[in-house]
Design a protein around this ligand. Structure first.
Ligand code: MSP
Length: 671
């Protein structure tokens, strides 16, 4: 019988300039590619993931000369920085290409020769402005400055005039063909807004492209005319074909070409969505499915880049947290396509709140209970109630939604969905109160059901998280006594019900370290001082209460203070606090501690649930004026949606609300 071959998925990152120290911006592209790779493998595809380094060109030539090295010696000395970082980030690429590899150079020469022979490349004279830093000719319409010079519109550096004999690629001949391709394949460039930009650039007219240099020695020589070297972008783009075997392993090349997705930063979209498809059309190769242009990571609202001196080295973060928290943060924080601002506090917030609190605690608590109550064994439970069953049916629906979102590269939305389910599981445990069930020997089967249900949900969640947090998912599966690894189960075969009684679970270790801001920042002293200065300037002492703060787990080590959660003034400002008037108050059937309130917040009426029934009778509350947070994500408590939260002191387990002692208008801002 003929073996059915799996569908293929070929994904690439740009190849990084070898002279730069890789930073969080570079890590971002590679992490996206890794998550998509791991997901597509779960989805049953045969995946190839290529990354590497761009090692030719004037930039490297200059950097090497400054260090008194040959360019190749410089590249050899520093290529390990990228390779080590990918290892530390748990990147699962299939091949790491360097453009100095001989098969790549041969492949580039061969394709150059083919285009020359067929007339798509011809010899001429070029005179124009050139940016050495970006290895790019300036468009003719870039205006001159007062001295008659020109600066690169992308990086702002001074451009130089280049006049030389050169080989041109007949790009102008591809204008209409490119436009026709865009029209027939609207998903060729993502996001859609960038497709429009690219198409309008092409519609504006394409000139032939100079693709060789006589002034740059460090590059692939033009076959038969070695005074010329091939332009670094023509050379670099072809890594996508040579990296999967073009000209040296043709069966592999034929299996994976064309690429499914080229992931690139928005700054290099034009090279990938205009020049590259034109080169490919000329060579007679099929075009890639999608060029996905992602946004930039900014620091202090400017693009992180070496020339601006604001790069963040991921090594400090990796040393403290390992790869998964950084992978999670970068993918969760922004959709691919948008820019994101990297802040240490934002990062810590996500780690402490989403990872340590929501997920880490859930795993820890559940498995500790299985261990304490059942010696670590998942025991035979009572039959599922409708509520228990909801965790299962919700999981199956979640799985399908997450599948669709991952498949669409909507990684941040997939993670949001997963976290909403994690909240449901946490709520289930809070409501079923297994610690109370454990006190009643007659309810052991019920207790077994609640813990089985929670553990099965945790198994499901970690499976869904595997593409983004592979190390943590594998650890959780090992804690759960799972024999297989998540990567061994295909997506359609993943079922909630496969978690069955009889398993022996392990004692969980802490999954995510709780790190205090100061320790974290001592890795990056400069940034640390800035952050602490902001806190001092804002004049806010750290919180000493045990309540939930936007940065739970952050400690400041001042004498006499136990454990404090520090937030910045900016984070505090994000809370919308208003004066509210209580219009109605009533008990919630079956809930002894809760009251349902209807409040007027000036602009509208809101319903809220508050744990104040033990301190206040409903009839005493109507007409009272208090402070509520109005921009907190609504939560459903005991089946009632709570659309705001009040502030109260907790004394001897009782909530005491600070009411206003005089008339104050509903909706007044509290700051
Ligand atoms: N060597 C070329 C690519 C050739 S691909 C055939 C190059 N290298 S680069 O090292 O400068 O950039 C590589 C990638 O990193 C680009 O996609 C770029 O957008 C991305 N990033 C660099 N800084 C970035 C941020 N601050 N944020 C997100 N990505 C950014 O260009």
């Amino acid at each position: 019988m003929e073996k059915k071959s799996k569908p293929t998925f070929y994904i690439t990152t740009p190849i990084y300039y070898v002279n730069d120290v890789p930073h969080i911006g570079h890590a971002y592209t590679t992490i996206i590619a890794d998550a998509l790779t791991r997901f597509q493998k779960l989805a049953g595809k045969d995946v190839f993931f290529l990354t590497g380094t761009d090692e030719h060109g004037q930039k490297i030539e200059k950097a090497a000369a400054e260090k008194g090295l040959t360019p190749k010696a410089l590249a050899d000395a520093v290529v390990g920085r990228a390779q080590d970082l990918w290892k530390a980030l748990n990147i699962s690429h299939d091949f790491f290409i360097r453009t100095t590899m001989d098969f790549h150079e041969r492949g580039v020469q061969k394709l150059f020769q083919r285009l020359l022979d067929q007339g798509d490349i011809y010899k001429g004279e070029y005179k124009g402005w050139y940016c050495v830093s970006d290895e790019n000719f300036l468009a003719e319409d870039v205006p001159a400055d007062k001295e008659g010079g020109k600066a690169c519109p992308d990086c702002g550096k001074k451009a130089i005039v280049v006049s030389e004999e050169t080989y041109f690629f007949r790009l102008s001949a591809y204008q209409e063909k490119l436009l026709a391709h865009y029209a027939a394949h609207p998903g060729f460039v993502r996001p859609q807004s960038r497709m429009n930009e690219v198409a309008s650039f092409v519609r504006g007219g394409l000139k032939d492209l100079s693709i060789t240099r006589t002034t740059v020695k460090w590059g692939v020589p033009v076959p038969g005319d070695p005074a010329h070297t091939i332009y670094v972008w023509f050379d670099a783009l072809h890594n996508y074909v040579t990296g999967i075997g073009y000209d040296w392993n043709m069966p592999l090349f034929e299996k994976f070409w064309p690429a499914t997705v080229h992931l690139v930063g928005k700054d290099i979209l034009r090279f990938h969505a205009v020049y590259w498809p034109a080169f490919l059309m000329a060579a007679g190769f099929a075009l890639p499915g999608t060029v996905f242009g992602h946004g930039w990571w900014l620091k202090d609202d400017t693009k992180m880049s070496k020339s601006r001196g604001n790069v963040l080295d991921p090594q400090a973060i990796l040393k403290t947290f390992g790869p998964d928290p950084l992978r999670y943060f970068l993918l969760r924080e922004i959709p691919i396509g948008q820019d994101g601002n990297f802040s240490h506090e934002g990062f810590l917030h996500r780690v402490n709140s989403d990872l340590a609190n929501d997920l880490g605690n859930l795993v820890q608590r559940t498995l500790t209970m299985v261990r304490n109550y059942f010696g670590g064994v998942i025991e035979d439970p009572e039959a599922e109630s409708a509520k228990d069953g909801r965790l299962r049916t919700e999981f199956e629906a979640l799985k399908n939604r997450v599948f669709g979102l991952y498949d669409d590269s909507s990684l941040n939305r997939a993670l949001e969905e997963i976290w909403s389910y994690i909240s449901d599981v946490n709520r289930y445990l809070a409501e079923e109160e297994p610690w109370i069930l454990a006190k009643d020997p007659g309810r052991r089967k019920r207790l077994a059901r609640v813990l089985l249900q929670a553990a099965a949900a945790i198994r499901g969640v970690s499976y869904l998280l595997f593409p983004v947090m592979p190390g943590s998912a594998e650890k959780i599966w090992a804690f759960l006594g799972e024999e297989k690894k998540p990567a061994e189960i295909l997506y359609p075969e993943m079922r909630f019900d496969d978690f069955k009684p009889g398993r022996k679970t392990l004692a969980p270790e802490a999954l995510f370290p709780r790190v205090d801001l100061k320790t974290f920042l001592s890795e990056e002293i400069k940034v640390g001082e800035e952050v602490l200065a902001v806190i001092e300037k804002a004049g806010r002492g750290p919180r000493i209460d045990g309540g939930e703060s936007p940065v739970p787990g952050v400690e400041a080590k001042k004498e006499g203070m136990k454990s404090m959660d520090i937030i910045t003034y900016d984070e505090f400002k994000r809370m919308d606090l208003r004066v509210a008037h209580i219009l109605k108050a009533e008990r919630i059937p079956g809930a002894t501690k809760l009251l349902k309130l209807e409040v007027d917040i000036g602009t509208e009426k809101r319903q809220m649930v508050a744990g104040i029934a033990e301190t206040y009778a409903p009839e005493d509350l109507v007409g009272k004026r208090l402070i509520v947070i109005v921009n907190l994500k609504p939560a459903v408590i005991r089946g009632v949606e709570s659309q705001a939260m009040l502030l109260a002191a907790v004394v001897d387990d009782k909530a005491l609300i600070p009411f206003f002692d005089r008339e104050v208008q509903a909706g007044a801002v509290v700051k």
